[in-house]
Design a protein around this ligand. Structure first.
Ligand SMILES: *[C@@H]1O[C@H](CO)[C@@H](O)[C@H](O)[C@H]1NC(C)=O
Ligand SMILES: *[C@@H]1O[C@H](CO)[C@@H](O)[C@H](O)[C@H]1NC(C)=O
Length: 329
């Protein structure tokens, strides 16, 4: 009996997949470096390709470097003005920066880094023959509700991967610090970036375990949006958030808004809850919204919402809309 248990553990522990890791906070952010470390520790081949500068809120924008060299310093001045517009860590061919957006980093990884460096018969690491999963994040800050689905660069990268036919997951943390890995990456088990990295690895491994020998981990054109609550040093009682299946729209869903301040004569950005986001046209309407899960600060739950790239209105709505257009088409 013991022998079989041991054998079973062995089989589980050798799942080794090819993961393309990106984010919108930059390739030198603490969260992504912690995730890189943990995914590798679990045995995966990980290629990190992420923006050289902070690209939060750039959604699916697709920027490519306008010049061969950088005309401004990268984030944290880690890569400086005058350096090439893309490159890798001197000691690691699997960690790349690119002067682009999260979405274009995915494409750059797939169309340049992998074919030129990681998928050549001459290369030592020719195992990158297929990307099994794109992981985006963990973002510094949550990305909840349809309002932020269309804004988040973290989600933008996941969507870009999904419409390329690659299963993708956007992970977002509740730790908003824009921190530099050289200052903040450590082994402190209470540090949110480390807890999130371990949870990302647990999640990804569970997905691959269930995939088994199947060709792909998620159906074509689908992905997941995952949000973590405050953990560890941010919320001592929460060190191992529970996964909760959710949906992107629904109760408490919100989006960015403006507020006019008469005193200063300026407009400020704020979040507003919009009733139109509390509709359910697609998916399982009995699931809680991701906004309502993360709204409960003490629940220690992480929301897991499925999405698809078929953004069109469903059949019933399409009929109603067609009727509304009767005089036009
Ligand atoms: C790796 O190379 C093989 C053979 O050239 C090709 O079929 C495959 O699509 C490549 N994979 C990636 C992820 O670029
Ligand atoms: C994040 O910011 C808080 C408050 O400014 C600080 O206490 C904490 O050390 C920072 N964490 C990291 C990882 O930089």
């Amino acid at each position: 009996m013991r022998f079989f248990i041991a054998l079973n553990l062995l089989i589980v522990s050798v799942i080794c997949k090819n993961i393309l890791l990106t984010n919108d906070d930059g390739f030198a952010a603490t969260n992504i470096r912690a995730a890189y470390r943990e995914l590798k520790k679990a045995g995966h081949n990980v290629l990190l390709v992420a923006p050289v500068s902070q690209r939060s809120g750039w959604a699916g924008k697709f920027d490519i470097p306008p010049t061969k060299d950088l005309t401004t310093d990268g984030e944290f001045d880690y890569i400086t003005k005058g350096s090439p517009s893309w490159g890798h860590e001197a000691n690691d061919l699997n960690i790349w920066y690119f002067n682009g957006t999260p979405a274009s980093c995915v494409a750059f990884g797939l169309k340049y880094v992998i074919p030129e460096f990681l998928n050549k018969s001459s290369s030592k690491n020719s195992s990158f023959d297929k990307v099994d999963l794109v992981v985006s994040g963990p973002n510094e800050g949550t990305n909840l509700s349809p309002g932020y689905f269309t804004i988040s660069g973290t989600i933008g990268a996941a969507v870009a991967a999904t419409y390329r036919g690659i299963p993708a997951i956007a992970f977002s943390g509740s730790n908003g610090n824009n921190s530099f890995f050289k200052d903040s990456l450590n082994e402190d088990s209470n540090e949110p970036s480390n807890i999130y990295a371990k949870k990302v690895t647990e999640f990804v491994n569970g997905l691959f375990e269930q995939q088994g020998s199947a060709d792909r981990a998620l159906p074509v054109g689908t992905g997941l949006n995952v949000n973590f609550p405050p953990v560890g040093s941010q919320a001592e009682s929460c060190t191992d958030p529970k996964w909760v299946f959710s949906r992107i729209a629904g109760a408490k869903s919100f989006g960015p808004d403006v507020k006019y301040d008469e005193k200063s004569g300026m407009v400020e950005e704020t979040d507003s809850v919009f009733n139109a986001l509390n509709v359910c046209y697609n998916g399982d309407c009995s699931l809680p919204s991701e906004a309502s899960i993360l709204d409960n600060k003490s629940s220690c739950q992480a929301s897991v919402s499925p999405f698809s790239v078929d953004f069109g209105a469903n059949l019933h709505l399409t009929g109603q809309i067609k009727y509304a257009l009767s005089k036009v088409l």
